[in-house]
Write a protein that binds this ligand. Structure first.
Ligand SMILES: C[S@@+](CC[C@H](N)C(=O)[O-])C[C@H]1O[C@@H](n2cnc3c(N)ncnc32)[C@H](O)[C@@H]1O
Length: 373
């Protein structure tokens, strides 16, 4: 990442807000990029959509699953998107009927046009609205969705797909994807982030504006870091937030994690990712911390300078998720400590509500949103 940065201004509720961005307007394909976590907000931009559609690991796994499970079946696609990609794939694979739900009105309209262009209006019905508020005329055999977040459940998969399983899926029906877990590891970002101020990629200024507009005010939103390499990991990945979409899911939960430090370094924070099983019998899930995918790892900044850690230190974490007041998206909280034999401990605390009111609450956010006063 370029170390040079400058201040740009975005508009939030008619007021100017200063945002620090890197001067790198057109970063090389493999250079690290800091961006806001987008998927949990009603934000839709062509760049992110194309990036997701171009992710062949994702699209090929979904296509293969639909070719195997859709023929002769009634299918429901939740969050169909502008191309109604899985609804069209299911219909072309031989599904008898497909219902496809999309919450963003403009996108639902585009999805209707895509179904028309594919000549599939007799098979595919586009329904506009939030899946949790919609009723269907019949139960379905197969539920397909791609509302998996950068943190597995952050886009509301747990509450939305639990509701869909209860109200829409026939007993014994299939879900694509089948299971998702969130992963966590300690990271040293010395080689990917500048030592001084943090800066967003300028490509995401419009998204920041849209996220803050959707919530109504600026807040310390989750950060994603594209371009983390295995060399930056100081610990193995631990699994939390285990969601199996064909079983009841509680909507909230706490996981305890004990991460061994396997490499000495400076721990700047944690990376959160996800492992996704599209089909139940897959032995190699998609792994966003180990593979280059369209799911960017979330970066949990804990220390601008990094906390010195040594091999065999232990990082004990409690990771909580609770449903936010919108009834769909979880709030996340991580507390814990770094333990070293015979030494004092270092406490860790990160609160990341879906739409919290804390703004510029810690050094990384004061750097990203400099106060002009
Ligand atoms: C990540 S995009 C996926 C688009 C497409 N299905 C794909 O996989 O390429 C998620 C889409 O789901 C929509 N969405 C998310 N939750 C939804 C819900 N509960 N009901 C209806 N649409 C939803 C979003 O507006 C967005 O268009």
């Amino acid at each position: 990442m370029s170390t040079a940065s400058r201040i740009r201004t975005i508009s939030v509720s008619g007021n100017d807000l200063a945002v620090r961005v890197s001067t790198d307007e057109d970063p090389a394909e493999d250079s690290p990029i800091l961006l806001p976590s987008l998927g949990e907000y009603p934000v839709y931009d062509d760049f992110s959509y194309e990036y997701m559609i171009a992710d062949e690991l994702r699209t090929e796994a979904y296509r293969a699953a639909l070719r195997a499970l859709a023929p002769g079946k009634v299918v429901l696609d939740i969050g169909t998107g502008q191309d109604a990609i899985w609804a069209v794939t299911a219909a072309n694979a031989g599904a008898t009927r497909v219902y496809a739900i999309e919450v963003i009105p403009d996108i639902a309209e585009k999805a209707r046009q895509s179904v028309e262009a594919a000549g599939l209006t007799d098979k595919v019905t586009i329904l506009e609205g939030l899946s949790t508020r919609i009723t269907l005329p019949e139960r379905v055999d197969v539920l397909v969705s791609e509302i998996i977040g950068a943190i597995g459940g952050s886009e509301g998969a747990e509450s939305v797909l639990d509701d869909a399983r209860r109200r829409f899926l026939k007993p014994g029906g299939a879900s694509i994807p089948h299971r998702c877990v969130t992963t966590v590891a300690a990271v040293d970002t010395s080689t990917v982030l500048p030592a001084g101020d943090l800066a967003f990629s300028p490509l995401f200024l419009r998204d920041l504006e849209q996220i803050f507009a959707s919530v109504g005010y600026p807040f310390d939103l989750r950060l994603c870091l594209l371009g983390l390499e295995q060399a930056e990991f100081l610990s193995p990945q631990a699994e939390v937030e285990d969601l199996c979409f064909t079983r009841p899911m509680p909507g909230e939960g706490v996981d305890d994690v004990d991460l061994p430090v396997t490499k000495a370094g400076r721990m700047h924070g944690l990376a959160l990712g996800m492992r996704l099983w599209i089909m139940p019998e897959e032995d190699r899930p998609i792994d966003s911390l180990a593979q280059q995918t369209s799911w960017c790892p979330v970066y949990v900044p804990l220390s601008m300078d990094g906390i010195a850690v040594e091999r065999d230190d232990r990082i004990k974490l409690k990771i909580r998720r609770s449903l936010s007041d919108d009834g769909v998206h979880p709030d996340y909280e991580i507390t814990g400590r770094i333990l070293r034999a015979g030494m004092s401990t270092v406490d860790i605390a990160w609160r990341s509500p879906h739409h919290g009111t804390t703004f510029r609450g810690s050094a990384p956010y004061r750097s990203l949103f400099p106060d002009p006063a």
